[in-house]
Design a protein around this ligand. Structure first.
Ligand SMILES: *Cc1c(COP(=O)(O)O)cnc(C)c1O
Length: 369
């Protein structure tokens, strides 16, 4: 093999381990000739997109010869009204993943350090390494973020701290109080990226405190909140997410953003989805009952799980997750092994419809026999 091209890449990229996505249904169909595959691997919405989003897409199809509105004016207006922030505080991304990349590109150099937790979302090390910055990984506490230890890991070289709340893949949730205290204690030279990809599911839980992180934007110009339309809104295939921050931070992020990073269909569908409260409530209902169904199923199989605030749950299968993952594939069920998150005995299961959950639990029981 010719290694020259590899040696030409920047050091961080040479050492980068690419993101491993959930296996696509079509791929498993091709490989094993199966049909009726159940995919519970990427935290997608099992009931699909809402009717309003689909109607908006249908209507926009005839306009596809034109470039999209690169400023995302209309979607930003709707977000602005819904969350009481000004449009200048919003940055739109091609999925919220793009926001994570934009913040890394805009603020990091190889001289900088980035702090995040063990078992945290896999994109944080990727964006850190791709710009040659140094990742400082802080050991988890009960599978979640250890905010005290993370604060101690912050030095004058730390330019970004990533917090996923709730975290993927563990589903662990930090109290709003503890997150606020953490941000307050950060030096103002350090940016806090608060990744709220599962925000809509959390805000539906009765037990949690209702402090809104958006309120903190008034106090912390170094805070970037990221959210997405991929999870609760069921639009993962369109790639649209957004960042909320101070206008200054948004200005910086928008400088490095590609001018047409959100396509026309994504823009109109996201806006329509924000106005589809019925679809959101149905999604939340299906998720809550599916979570109960799965955890009851785990109990019956004598398995432990990590209580989750998202639309997925991490179950401890007490043996090689990769082996059970492969055995489930042969039964037409795709879940997510998480050995790459240093969790070799767990599997992450996205909450599906009642039928999908049932198919999965039956297959799991058979494989564990
Ligand atoms: C799914 C996810 C995202 C982003 O997904 P996009 O589809 O790029 O919006 C970001 N953070 C976490 C923790 C996630 O689980």
């Amino acid at each position: 093999m010719n290694n020259t091209i590899y040696n030409l890449a920047s050091l961080g990229v040479q050492q980068l381990i690419p993101y491993k996505a959930g296996k696509p249904i079509e791929e498993l169909e091709r490989e094993l000739g199966l049909t009726n595959i159940v995919k519970l691997a990427s935290n997608e919405n099992p009931i699909g997109p809402g009717k309003k989003a689909l109607a908006a897409i249908q209507q926009a199809l005839s306009g596809l010869a034109l470039y999209p509105d690169g400023s995302g004016f209309s979607l930003k207006q709707t977000l602005s009204n819904k969350y009481s922030v000004s449009p200048e505080q919003i940055t739109l991304g091609n999925g919220s993943n793009e926001l994570l990349e934009l913040v890394a590109r805009a603020f990091l150099t190889p001289l900088h350090e980035v702090v995040f937790s063990q078992h945290a979302f896999a994109v944080y090390p990727i964006v850190t390494q791709s710009v040659g910055a140094k990742a400082v990984v802080v050991p988890a506490l009960n599978y979640g973020h250890d905010l005290d230890a993370m604060l101690k890991a912050v030095t004058d070289k730390t330019r970004i701290v990533f917090i996923a709340n709730p975290n993927n893949p563990t589903g662990t949730l930090l109290s709003q109080d503890s997150v606020e205290r953490f941000i307050k204690a950060l030096p103002d030279t350090c940016i806090c990226v608060l990744d709220e990809a599962y925000f809509e599911f959390v805000s539906s839980l009765e037990a949690i405190d209702s402090i809104d992180s958006i309120e903190w934007l008034k106090k912390f110009p170094n805070l970037l909140i990221t959210r997405t339309f991929s999870k609760a809104y069921g639009l993962a295939g369109l790639r649209v997410g957004y960042g909320l921050s101070s206008p200054e931070m948004a200005d910086i992020l928008n400088r490095v953003r590609q001018p047409f990073n959100n396509n026309t269909l994504a823009l109109v569908a996201a806006e329509a989805a924000l106005n589809d409260e019925e679809h959101l409530q149905e999604t939340i209902r299906v998720n809550a009952s599916g979570m109960l169904q799965l955890t009851e199923g785990f109990k019956a199989l004598n398995l432990e799980w990590i209580p989750s605030s998202g639309n997925f749950v991490l179950v401890d299968i007490k043996q090689s997750g990769q082996d059970i993952y492969e055995a489930l594939l042969r039964r037409g069920v795709i879940v997510r092994p998480v050995a790459n998150y240093e969790l070799p005995h767990h599997l992450r299961i996205s909450i599906g419809t009642e039928t999908e959950n049932k198919v999965f639990l039956k297959a799991l029981a058979e494989t564990l026999k």
